[in-house]
Design a protein around this ligand. Structure first.
Ligand SMILES: CC(C)(COP(=O)(O)OP(=O)(O)OC[C@H]1O[C@@H](n2cnc3c(N)ncnc32)[C@H](O)[C@@H]1OP(=O)(O)O)[C@@H](O)C(=O)NCCC(=O)NCCS
Length: 342
């Protein structure tokens, strides 16, 4: 036999997966404790009115001190599995998008996989901040069609309250905690459009941990807890000017026009960013837009699946409808795709 490497070498069987992939079920978890703007304003010399006007945020949820990223992910995942009608044992891979799992290793995904009873599924975390969930959807879709897993669980989860400096005027009011999950599996028709994604590491310091763990270890007297810091204005401008064209490209690559959408579910970064994107995309008024940020705050990787779960539960978007997703944030990193809602 002759192969690409020459004679007498065994040929590798090509991987074979499903023809197409789609989202089969979604789940969400919002911690019990509601934190109003009024609870935060004294420490940052702000006001409920200023926060509502500049960010659209009315309240957010904070997890309980003993509630972990994995706990929140588990609740959202069980809901997604139930919605998909699938037992955890059928899951071939678990991808967790998070930047707030407090162990460098092992991954939140490994522990989650065990807690769900999905062992020995492959398990790993991805670090793409607010773009993490859309990165996970892209990977999972390719894994299902590429043949490396039949069903993939993708979770976006954050406990940002652990990494927010409540004395920092630029971030204290923005972030919240929560988890969202989807199950992705085989489909007869395309359910996940081509992903448009990328990064701009030149702007790595626009949103980042304040300091490294090494600095905290070596200079504990002068180093504060590595909470997130953000250059609000450059991030705002980048999101408004650069992300609408990315969303537009995702529509074009999927062959879907803005007026054909049943939902627009952008990362819940800031209500003014969402409004600017609607304008830039010339999104028709009949397309419902996720505005979960008002009551959930910015939950980074969890924001898109949480918003999706709410829109479907409240009947704002139809099951089986077409939704445009776009995540963007620290890295800077971004990813967008059109999906069929579960
Ligand atoms: C964070 C953000 C709301 C700050 O708004 P901004 O208009 O850029 O605020 P600035 O820092 O320029 O400050 C403007 C004024 O508000 C004041 N201010 C800043 N933070 C304040 C706060 N928390 N409360 C009250 N006043 C505040 C400033 O002192 C300044 O006052 P001055 O005009 O009298 O000097 C805004 O930059 C933003 O939304 N950025 C994007 C953040 C985001 O979406 N991040 C997530 C990406 S994943």
């Amino acid at each position: 036999m002759t192969t690409a490497d020459g004679p007498n070498r065994a040929a590798i069987s090509p991987p074979s997966g499903a023809r197409y992939a789609r989202i089969l079920g979604v789940g969400g978890y919002r911690p019990e404790r509601v934190v109003t703007n009024d609870e935060l304003v004294d420490r940052i010399n702000s006001s409920d009115e200023w926060i509502r006007e500049r960010s659209g945020i009315v309240s957010r949820r904070f997890a309980a001190p003993d509630e972990t990223v994995v706990d929140m992910a588990e609740t959202a995942s069980r809901q997604a599995l139930e919605a998909a009608g699938l037992d955890a044992s059928r899951i071939g891979a678990v991808i967790v998008a998070t930047v707030t799992h407090p162990y460098q290793t092992p991954s939140a995904a490994s522990i989650l996989t065990h807690q769900l009873g999905a062992t020995p599924a492959a398990a790993f975390d991805i670090s793409a901040a607010c773009a993490g969930f859309c990165h996970g959807v892209a990977l999972a879709g390719d894994m299902v069609t590429g043949g490396s897993a039949e069903y993939v669980l993708v979770v976006g989860v954050e406990k940002l309250s652990d990494f927010t400096d409540l004395d920092d005027r630029g971030t204290a009011f923005i972030f919240g905690d929560g988890a969202g999950a989807v199950v992705i599996g085989p489909s007869d028709v395309p359910g996940i459009g081509p992903t448009v994604w990328g990064s701009d590491g030149e702007q790595w310091d626009a949103i980042r941990s304040r300091d490294s763990w090494i600095k905290l270890r070596d200079e504990p007297e002068t180093t504060k807890w590595p909470a997130l810091t953000m250059k609000g204005q450059p991030v705002f401008r980048w999101a408004v000017w650069q992300m609408a064209p990315v969303a537009q490209q995702a529509l074009e690559k999927a062959g879907v026009a803005a007026e054909d959408l049943d939902a627009f579910i952008p990362h819940q970064a800031n209500m003014r960013i969402i409004d600017s994107m609607i304008k830039a995309l010339k999104l028709p008024a009949h397309v419902p837009v996720a505005r979960d940020i008002a009551e959930t705050g910015n939950t980074s990787a969890a924001s898109i699946p949480l918003a999706m779960e709410r829109m479907l539960r409240e009947g704002e978007a139809p099951h089986g409808g077409l939704a445009l997703l776009i995540g963007f944030g620290a890295g800077l990193s971004y990813a967008a795709q059109v999906v069929t809602l579960p």
